[in-house]
Design a protein around this ligand. Structure first.
Ligand code: ADP
Length: 689
C-alpha cells in the first residue's frame, strides 16, 4: 500500500530526528520515547502485511481508519512520554492526518480527524490543568494554569489540522475524480485491457477483456489466457510479454477463442509500464475480426474487378475478332459447299471435305469465342432435367474415358426437377468439365454427380488427378489460359463453361478434392431453378437439316409456283454462294447490296412478288434494322417474311433489335443447307397479313 509506505517513511524520519536529538543530548528524547517510536515503526510493517491481504476497498478503508487511530494514540503517548513537548503534536498530527486523508473515505477520515483533534486538545488542556507537566529544560513555555494560552494553542492546532484536512481532502477528491474518469474509460473501452505482473499474475482486467476469457485478475495467472490461443501464437505471445518486461514494446495479431466459443482475431500491443520496483506489462487488444473480413472482401472484390475488367477487354476483343472472321469464314464455307455439291474427281472431293471440316471447326471456335464474350447471350431454352442432359452428354465421353483408362461414374442424388435450360449449353459444360477431368486423371476415376438442391440443381465433377495448383486455379476461367501442350488445349473450355453457367444465373467454382474428402480437382456447378427466362428467340441457326428443300423446290416447280427470295448483303463473296444455293434449291433470287437498293427493287413494278427476304444487319448505307422498319411501314406483310443473317449477335443493340422485331435470325457463318432450311421454314408458315 502506497499510503502505508509514506506513513512508514514519515514515522521513520521522526525516529531518526529523535535519534539525532537524543545524540545531541536533548533530555526529552528519553528511552521510552525512542522505544515507543520503534514500536510504532514496527507496527507499520504489520499494517503493511495486513493491508496487503485485504481484498476489497471497503476493508482497506476500515483498516486504515483503525491504523490512523492507533497512530494518533501512539503520537499522543510519545508526546506524553516526552514530557509534554506539545509543539511536536500538531506537526505529527498533520502528517498522520494527511497520510490517512489520502486514502480514507470521507466519514472515516472525519472520524480519524475528530479523534486526533480530541486527543490533541486533551494533551494540551491536560497540561494546563496540571495533570501532567512539560519539562522546563525545553524552551517551550510552561502551560500549567495558563488557560488562555492553552485554548489558543488548541484552537490554532485545530485550525492547522482543519486546513490540512481540507487541503488533502480536496486533493484526494480530485484524485478520485481522475480515477473515476479513468475507470469509466477503462470499463467502457472497446479494447480489452489488462496488466501482467512479473510473477505472471494479472492485475485489473476491464470487462471487454473478460469477454475474451481474461480471468478474474486476482486469482488467475496470465498463462490461463494463453490456453485460449493457438499454441504457436501462445509461445510468441509469452516471448513478447517477456520482452516487454525487458522494456521492448511490440504488437502482434493472433486468434483467440472467446468465452462464447467464437473464434476472433485480435491485434494486441504489449507495452512496458509501472515503476522500477513494480514492473508491469500493459496488454491492450482490439478485435480486428470484422476489419480482417472486410479487408479480405475488399481484396477479393479488387481481384474480381480487375479480372472482370480484363474479361471485359478480352470479351470485346474476342467479339470483334469473331465478328470480323464470320464473313470470310462464311464465304469459305459456302463456296466449299457449292463445290462439294458438284461432281469432282476423288482427290478434289477429299481436299474439299478437309477444307469443309476445318472451316466447320473454325466456325465452332468462333462460336465459342462469342460465347466467351457472352455474345450469344440469348440461346433458346427448353424445359429439361439436368440429369437427363448430363446422361446424354456423358454418352459420347465414354470412348474418350475408355481410351484413357478412366473409370467414368455417374450418380444421381435426390429427385431433380426439370428446369429451363439451354440444353446444348449444359451439354457443353459437362463435356468440357469431364473432358478436362479425364485429361487430368488418366487411369483414374471421374465422378459426375447431379443432386437436387433447395433452389435448383448442383453438378459435381470430381477426378482423382493431381488437383489444380493455386497459381493455375487463380486463372482457370480466363479465356486462352491453358497448361496443355500447343494443339492439345485452347484454354477456352472453362471460359465457355463459365459463360454458359452464368447465362443460367448459376455459379461455378473449383475446390480442391482433398478439402471435400477426395483427391484431384472438384468442380461444382450450381444452376438455380428461378432465372429470368430470355425472350423466346426463334432460332433457325440450328434447325434440323431437312432433305426436303430439294424436294420442296421440285414440288414447287412441279406445281408451277415460282418462289422469289430477296438477298440483301453488302459483301458479294458472302451473297453469291447464298444466292447460288437458293437458286439450286429452286428459288428465284434477287440480290441487293443494301437496304436502299432493296427498297428500290421492291417499289419497282417489274419486280415479282417476293416470298422471303434474307438480310444482313450491318451494312453501309441503309442497314438491316432501318430497312426492316421502312418495310414494316410500306409492306407490313412482307416484313413478317424477313430472316436476318448476321455474325453480330454479339452486340446488345443487335440482340435487342432481334428480340423486339421478333424476326428469325441465322448466325453467320452458316452452311448453305442451314440457310436453305431456314428460308424454307420461314415460308412454310402461312403468311400473316
Ligand atoms: P484447356 O482444357 O483447353 O486447357 P480449359 O479452360 O478447359 O482449357 O482449362 C484450363 C486449364 O485448367 C487446363 O489447361 C488445366 O491446366 C486446368 N484444368 C482444368 N480442369 C482441370 C482438372 N480437372 N484437373 C487439373 N487441371 C485442370
Amino acid at each position: 500500500m502506497d499510503v502505508n509506505r509514506w506513513r512508514a517513511i514519515t514515522v521513520g524520519l521522526f525516529v531518526a530526528v529523535m535519534g539525532i536529538f537524543r545524540l545531541a543530548g536533548a533530555p526529552w528524547v528519553s528511552l521510552p520515547v525512542v522505544g515507543t517510536m520503534l514500536l510504532w515503526l514496527a507496527l507499520t510493517g504489520v499494517w503493511h502485511s495486513v493491508l496487503r491481504r485485504a481484498s476489497d476497498a471497503r476493508r482497506v478503508d476500515r483498516l486504515l481508519t483503525v491504523i490512523s487511530v492507533v497512530d494518533l494514540t501512539l503520537a499522543a503517548v510519545v508526546q506524553q512520554l516526552a514530557d509534554g513537548t506539545w509543539y511536536l503534536g500538531p506537526t505529527m498530527f498533520l502528517v498522520v492526518i494527511a497520510s490517512c486523508a489520502l486514502s480514507l473515505q470521507f466519514w472515516s477520515a472525519l472520524a480519524a480527524t475528530a479523534y486526533g483533534a480530541v486527543a490533541y486538545a486533551t494533551l494540551i488542556l491536560g497540561e494546563v490543568a496540571g495533570f501532567w507537566q512539560a519539562d522546563t529544560s525545553v524552551t517551550a513555555p510552561q502551560l500549567v494554569g495558563r488557560w488562555s494560552s492553552g485554548i489558543e494553542i488548541v484552537v490554532l492546532g485545530w485550525l492547522a489540522m482543519f486546513a490540512a484536512v481540507l487541503l488533502f481532502w480536496g486533493f484526494h477528491d480530485r484524485l478520485q475524480r481522475v480515477h473515476r474518469r479513468f475507470r469509466q474509460l477503462f470499463d467502457a473501452s472497446p479494447y480489452f485491457i489488462f496488466t501482467v505482473r512479473p510473477d505472471g499474475g494479472l492485475t485489473s482486467a476491464n470487462p471487454v477483456a473478460r469477454e475474451y476469457g481474461v480471468p478474474d485478475a486476482s486469482v488467475a495467472p496470465f498463462s490461463a489466457i494463453l490456453q485460449r490461443i493457438p499454441p504457436d501464437d501462445a509461445d510468441e505471445i509469452a516471448r513478447r510479454v517477456r520482452a516487454a518486461f525487458a522494456g521492448e514494446s511490440s504488437q502482434y495479431e493472433h486468434r483467440i477463442r472467446r468465452i462464447d466459443g467464437a473464434e476472433r482475431w485480435l491485434r494486441v500491443t504489449y507495452t512496458p509500464t509501472g515503476t522500477k520496483g513494480q514492473r508491469r506489462v500493459l496488454v491492450m487488444g482490439a478485435d480486428i475480426t470484422d476489419e480482417r473480413a472486410a479487408a479480405a472482401e475488399r481484396d477479393r472484390l479488387t481481384r474480381e474487378i480487375e479480372s472482370a475488367g480484363r474479361m471485359r477487354l478480352v470479351g470485346q476483343l474476342v467479339s470483334g475478332v469473331a465478328h470480323e472472321l464470320n464473313n470470310p469464314l462464311a464465304a469459305i464455307l459456302n463456296y466449299g459447299e457449292l463445290l462439294r455439291a458438284e461432281a469432282r474427281p476423288a482427290q478434289d472431293a477429299e481436299a474439299l471435305e478437309v477444307m469443309h471440316a476445318q472451316a466447320m471447326r473454325a466456325r465452332a471456335i468462333v462460336r465459342d469465342l462469342l460465347l466467351v464474350a457472352r455474345a450469344s447471350n440469348e440461346r433458346p431454352r427448353e424445359t429439361a432435367s439436368v440429369d437427363d442432359v448430363v446422361r446424354r452428354a456423358l454418352q459420347p465421353m465414354a470412348a474418350k474415358a475408355a481410351a484413357a483408362g478412366v473409370h467414368l461414374q455417374f450418380d444421381l442424388v435426390g429427385e431433380v426437377r426439370p428446369q429451363r435450360l439451354d440444353v446444348a449449353g449444359i451439354e457443353q459444360v459437362v463435356t468440357n468439365l469431364v473432358s478436362n477431368a479425364i485429361d487430368a486423371a488418366p487411369q483414374g476415376t471421374v465422378r459426375v454427380t447431379v443432386a437436387a438442391t433447395e433452389d435448383g440443381t448442383r453438378l459435381d465433377v470430381r477426378d482423382t488427378g493431381a488437383g489444380i495448383p493455386a497459381d493455375v486455379r487463380a486463372r482457370l476461367f480466363e479465356p486462352f489460359f491453358t497448361t496443355k501442350a500447343p494443339g492439345q488445349g485452347t484454354g477456352l473450355g472453362l471460359a465457355v463453361t463459365r459463360g454458359i453457367v452464368e447465362q443460367h444465373g448459376g455459379t461455378i467454382r473449383v475446390e480442391h478434392g482433398a478439402a471435400t474428402g477426395g483427391s484431384g480437382a472438384h468442380f461444382v456447378v450450381e444452376l438455380p431453378m428461378r432465372i429470368e427466362s430470355p425472350p423466346e428467340v426463334a432460332s433457325p441457326s440450328a434447325p434440323p437439316m431437312p432433305a426436303r428443300s430439294a424436294a420442296a423446290a421440285t414440288s414447287a416447280e412441279h406445281h408451277g409456283v415460282i418462289r422469289v427470295a430477296m438477298l440483301v448483303d453488302d459483301e458479294q463473296v458472302v451473297r453469291s454462294p447464298m444466292a447460288r444455293a437458293l437458286r439450286n434449291a429452286g428459288w428465284v433470287v434477287i440480290e441487293c447490296g443494301d437496304g436502299e437498293a432493296a427498297l428500290a427493287a421492291l417499289r419497282d413494278p417489274a419486280t415479282p412478288r417476293i416470298d422471303a427476304i434474307i438480310s444482313d444487319i450491318r451494312m453501309p448505307g441503309m442497314d438491316g434494322p432501318a430497312f426492316y422498319r421502312r418495310l414494316r411501314r410500306e409492306q407490313p406483310t412482307l416484313a413478317t417474311r424477313m430472316l436476318f443473317a448476321t455474325g453480330d449477335t454479339a452486340s446488345e443493340e443487335v440482340a435487342h433489335f432481334l428480340a423486339d422485331s421478333g424476326c428469325p435470325v441465322i448466325e453467320k457463318p452458316f452452311t448453305l443447307r442451314e440457310l436453305v432450311a431456314a428460308v424454307d421454314q420461314l415460308t412454310a408458315s402461312p403468311q400473316s397479313s
